[in-house]
Write a protein that binds this ligand. Structure first.
Ligand SMILES: C[C@](O)(CO)[C@H](O)COP(=O)(O)OP(=O)(O)OC[C@H]1O[C@@H](n2ccc(N)nc2=O)[C@H](O)[C@@H]1O
Ligand SMILES: Nc1ncnc2c1ncn2[C@@H]1O[C@H](COP(=O)(O)OP(=O)(O)OP(=O)(O)O)[C@@H](O)[C@H]1O
Length: 285
């Protein structure tokens, strides 16, 4: 008899609190230094085991083919590693904007790897799942490991940073889709920022080396930065398009969000150093 209950698991957003590009590797990828923090806000996935080897996903994401969806690509990896036929029905509540720099696709993939590893009794370690995740995207490993972290390499060499403050953020999402590969291949991108150590990153923060190029290519991003900067220092996450400011309380963040022009897409969320995915799967209260 198949268990018909659904396992409900969040797929949170991430912010890059700083993002320095320190070099370009022979394979075209870039070495970077970044501070990742999770948001208590994001997509939600539901999983139910099937007793055949089918995978289903509903609803589909407009413009993303079934087999290209990072959720399905993640599940296919695990199916190959399972020594028996395994299948699942998956439901997706997509909240995070795509191409927003919030890591939504990577987070969906990580949640899928973590949840199906558990449901299919595969017993893969977090390190093994992170290695599979890295083949899907540079941002997947941090979501697998589940701790806010200083990341180096292409984002996969992680040092946890539990000492990060957990402020409230106002995140504004200009309605443009930034193509990550296009930004990393831009000739004007700063890609020689000197490496810093983790202590400096934690004490002094840092900038986002992609911000100037993205603001130039997508003026909506620059305009949104200017707008938020009127209230509180604003920075872009990842390769954009979303930008954020931090606040000491939820109420302060909400007051500023209410002053944004009508129609502006924005949300308020708490920064958290433990991923909500881990809280549900590994630390249920
Ligand atoms: C910018 C960040 O979001 C920071 O967290 C990530 O580094 C990007 O991670 P991601 O969206 O998972 O990116 P991937 O899907 O791995 O890569 C998309 C494209 O961005 C470029 N890319 C990405 C990451 C990296 N360290 N160097 C790169 O040059 C590559 O051209 C790659 O083809
Ligand atoms: N489940 C998924 N959710 C979102 N995007 C997906 C998914 N599967 C595949 N994709 C593809 O991945 C692309 C990047 O989506 P994502 O939401 O991760 O962007 P992002 O927030 O800019 O990521 P990052 O911060 O990692 O650069 C999308 O444009 C889409 O084509």
């Amino acid at each position: 008899m198949t268990d018909t209950t659904w396992l409900v698991v969040p797929a949170p957003a991430k912010l890059n609190l700083m993002l320095h590009i320190t070099g370009r590797r022979a394979d075209g990828y870039h070495n970077l230094q970044t501070l990742f923090q999770f948001l208590d806000y994001g997509d939600e996935l539901r999983f139910r085991i099937r007793n055949d080897s089918e995978l289903t996903l509903s609803p589909s994401i407009e413009g993303v083919e079934f087999e290209d969806n990072l959720i399905i690509r993640a599940a296919r990896h695990l199916q190959k590693l399972a020594k028996r036929n395994v299948g699942a029905d998956i439901q997706l509540d997509k909240i995070l904007p795509m191409g927003g720099g919030l890591g939504g696709g990577s987070s969906d993939a990580a949640t899928t790897l973590l949840a199906l590893n558990q449901l299919w009794d595969l017993n893969l370690s977090l390190e093994e799942l992170a290695a599979i995740g890295l083949s899907l995207g540079a941002d997947v490993p941090v979501f697998i490991m589940g701790e806010a972290a200083f990341a180096e390499g292409v984002g996969e060499v992680l040092t946890p940073t539990p000492e990060l403050a957990e402020p409230w953020y106002l995140v504004a999402c200009p309605q443009v889709h930034v193509n990550t590969a296009k930004i990393f291949s831009h000739k004007g991108l700063t890609r020689n920022t000197p490496a810093i150590n983790i202590r400096t990153a934690l004490e002094q923060g840092g900038r986002n080396d992609c911000q100037a190029i993205v603001s130039m290519l997508y003026p909506e991003v620059g305009n949104t930065l200017n707008l938020l900067n009127k209230f509180s220092f604003a920075k872009m996450t990842g390769t954009g398009a979303c930008v954020y400011s931090s606040f000491g309380s939820e109420a302060e963040a909400i007051i500023v969000s209410e002053q944004l022009p009508a129609g502006y897409k924005a949300f308020v969320a708490k920064g958290v150093n433990i991923s909500p995915t881990h809280r549900v799967l590994f630390r249920p209260s």
